[in-house]
Design a protein around this ligand. Structure first.
Ligand code: IPM
Ligand code: MG
Length: 356
C-alpha cells in the first residue's frame, strides 16, 4: 500500500509534538511496510504570518489530496486579539469544515499508573473508559454571526442551527462505535430549554430505536453530565453531543486523565480520510523548551493508523508502546510524580519509537 499524510504542525508546542508523531510514523512505516509519504503545510498563526490567512488554499489542497491529516496546535499570544480580523482558530474551524469532518472522537482512558496525576480520587477513576463523540461542523460554531448597534447600544448574536441529517449522521457514527465497545450510548443535550436539543432528542431516540435496538440508550442534560463526569465517570461508555457542549465537556473530561497532554482525538467524515490532533492547545508558555508531552500526539497517530489507514495491528503496537513507556517511568514533567525524574519531549518520543 501507500498513503500520504498531510502534516500541519501549527504553533507553540505544535512543531515539537508533531516531530515526535512523524518520527514514530516513520518507524511504524518501516515495520509494517505502509509506504507513507509526508506533505507539510501551514495552518494557524504561522500561516497568518507567512501568507495572511490562517488556512491558505494550498493547505486545503494538500489535505484534500491526503489520506490523513496530522495536526499539532494553533494559536498564541502574538495572535490573541479577539477582535482581530484573522485569527489562528479560524484555520482549525475551516479545515474541519473543508474536509467535512463532522464527527470528533475524544476518548478518555487512564493508565493505572497515572491515576494519581488526576485531581480526582482514585476510586472514582478506576474503570474509566469513555468516548465523547462531538458534532464538529454545525451548531452555534457555524451559524450566522451578527454584531450590530441600535438605540440601546451594541448587540450580538450567534445562531445555533442543526438539520436532522446532521444529527443522524454523527449519532450513527457514535452508535456504531458504542456497539464495538461496551454497548451504551448517552445523548447529552439541553432539551429542557433549547429547540435544537429537542430536535437532537427526537432524531436520536427514533434512530436508536430503529437502527440500534441492541444498545443501551439514555440521555442526560448537559449540566447534569458536567456533574456526573466528576461523580461517576466510569458509568459512561459513549457520549454523543452537539458541537459546543462537546467542546466544554471534553476539556472537563480530560482532567480525569490527569493531563491534557495524554488525550488524542480523531475527526472523521463520510470517507476514510480523517484529521488527528492532540486535544491540548499550543501551550505557548512552554513552547520551545522540550517539555511538552508528546503522548497525546502519539496516541493520535494510533487513531490515524486505525481509522484512516485500517492498520489495527500497528495502532495497537503504538498504544502498547505508550503503556510500556509510562510503566518504565519515562514521562514528561506534567505526569512525573514529586521526586520522580522527568524526561524531555524528544526522550519520550524516542522511548515510544524504540518499543514499536
Ligand atoms: C477544540 C478547541 C477549538 C474548538 C478552538 C481552538 C476553536 O477548543 O478543538 O476543542 O473550540 O473547537
Ligand atoms: Mg476545546
Amino acid at each position: 500500500m501507500s498513503a500520504t499524510i498531510a502534516v500541519l504542525a501549527g504553533d507553540g508546542i505544535g512543531p515539537e509534538v508533531i516531530a515526535e508523531g512523524v518520527k514514530l510514523l516513520r518507524v511504524v512505516d518501516q515495520r509494517f511496510n505502509l509506504g507513507l509519504n509526508f506533505q507539510e503545510a501551514l495552518i494557524g498563526g504561522i500561516a497568518i504570518d507567512q501568507t495572511g490567512s490562517a488556512l491558505p488554499a494550498e493547505t486545503i489542497a494538500i489535505c484534500q489530496a491526503a489520506d490523513a491529516v496530522l495536526l499539532g496546535a494553533v494559536g498564541g499570544p502574538k495572535w490573541d486579539d479577539p477582535s482581530a480580523k484573522v485569527r489562528p482558530e479560524q484555520g482549525l474551524l475551516a479545515i474541519r469544515k473543508a474536509l467535512g469532518l463532522f464527527a470528533n472522537l475524544r476518548p478518555v482512558t487512564i493508565h493505572p499508573l497515572l491515576i494519581d496525576a488526576s485531581p480526582l480520587r482514585r476510586e472514582r477513576l478506576e474503570e474509566v473508559d469513555l468516548l465523547v463523540v462531538r458534532e464538529l461542523t454545525g451548531g452555534i460554531y457555524f451559524g450566522e454571526k451578527r454584531r450590530e448597534r441600535d438605540d440601546r447600544g451594541e448587540w450580538a448574536s450567534d445562531l445555533c442551527i442543526y438539520h436532522e441529517a446532521e444529527i443522524a449522521r454523527v449519532v450513527r457514527i457514535a452508535a456504531n462505535l458504542a456497539r464495538a465497545r461496551h454497548g451504551k450510548l448517552t445523548l447529552v443535550d439541553k432539551a429542557n430549554v433549547l429547540e435544537t436539543s429537542r430536535l437532537w432528542r427526537s432524531v436520536t431516540t427514533r434512530l436508536m430505536r430503529e437502527e440500534f435496538p441492541d444498545l443501551v440508550f439514555d440521555w442526560m442534560l448537559v449540566d447534569a453530565c458536567a456533574m456526573h463526569l466528576l461523580r461517576r465517570p466510569a458509568d459512561f461508555d459513549v457520549i454523543v453531543t452537539e458541537n459546543m457542549f462537546g467542546d466544554i465537556l471534553t476539556d472537563e473530561a480530560s482532567m480525569l486523565a490527569g493531563s491534557m497532554g495524554m488525550l488524542p482525538s480523531a475527526s472523521l467524515g463520510e470517507g476514510r480520510r480523517g484529521l488527528y490532533e492532540p486535544i491540548h492547545g499550543s501551550a505557548p508558555d512552554i513552547a520551545g523548551q522540550g517539555r511538552a508531552n508528546p503522548l497525546a500526539t502519539i496516541l493520535s497517530v494510533a487513531m490515524l493508523l486505525r481509522h484512516s489507514l485500517g492498520q489495527e495491528e500497528a495502532a495497537r503496537a503504538v498504544e502498547a508502546a505508550v503503556s510500556a513507556v509510562i510503566e518504565a517511568g519515562i514521562v514528561t514533567g506534567d505526569l512525573a510524580q514529586p521526586g520522580q525524574r522527568s524526561y524531555s519531549t524528544v526522550a519520550v518520543g524516542d522511548a515510544v519509537a524504540e518499543r514499536v
